[in-house]
Design a binder for this molecule. Structure first.
Ligand code: MN3
Length: 199
């Protein structure tokens, strides 16, 4: 199965003022496309050709850096577009909210720790909420890595590479993370991944 770039689930200007049309034109149409094209080229002739994306990501980790980086970023970005929506960041579905309170302290604490993970990820990478051994955890990862290669299932992630925020926020990564968690997160999509991972 080859990798393909899906259209954004909303218009390029739909996340303004928190994420601009220009950012999405570069980030989705150029950066993500490059991961897809590179991934398709690099998977050819390897033992992972024809495998599912998750199997390629987990299998190539630590074994084939070029393929892993591109397949990993394809996986991360595919979800990233869906982790956001216009007028996002509202109420969290009840069962997920209860799990957040149990495992992560409170909704406010979860937001603080998620933002902190993104701020303290030195250089490029991601901040995450993931389910590991039945518990939610805040995580961070470098480059194209994700909770998938840490024995966990990601349910929310935020890209902290500069290409994700520099046009709109310049060097203010904390402001970008705060806008993401308060105004962009699509909690219904997070909840779908949580329900699937919790089975
Ligand atoms: Mn990116």
């Amino acid at each position: 199965m080859s990798f393909t770039l899906a259209d954004l689930p909303y218009a390029h200007d739909a996340l303004q003022p928190y994420m601009s049309k220009e950012t999405l034109e570069y980030h989705h149409d150029k950066h993500h496309l490059a991961y897809v094209n590179n991934g398709n080229n690099l998977v050819k002739g390897t033992e992972w050709e024809g495998k599912s994306l998750e199997d390629v990501v987990k299998g190539s980790f630590g074994k084939n850096a070029g393929l892993f980086n591109n397949a990993g970023q394809h996986y991360n970005h595919m979800h990233f577009w869906n982790w956001m929506k216009p007028n996002g960041g509202g109420a969290i579905p009840g069962k997920l909210e209860a799990k957040i309170i149990t495992d992560l302290g409170s909704v406010e604490k979860m937001k603080e720790d998620f933002i902190q993970a993104g701020i303290t990820q030195f250089g490029s990478g991601w901040a995450w909420i993931a389910l590991k051994n039945g518990k939610l955890e805040i995580m961070k990862s470098a480059n194209g890595e994700s909770p998938l290669v840490m024995g966990a299932t990601p349910i929310l992630g935020c890209d902290v590479w500069e290409h994700s925020y520099y046009i709109d926020y310049r060097n203010r990564r904390p402001d970008y993370l705060k806008a993401f968690i308060d105004h962009l997160v699509n909690w219904e999509y997070v909840d779908q991944l949580f329900e699937k991972a919790a089975v």
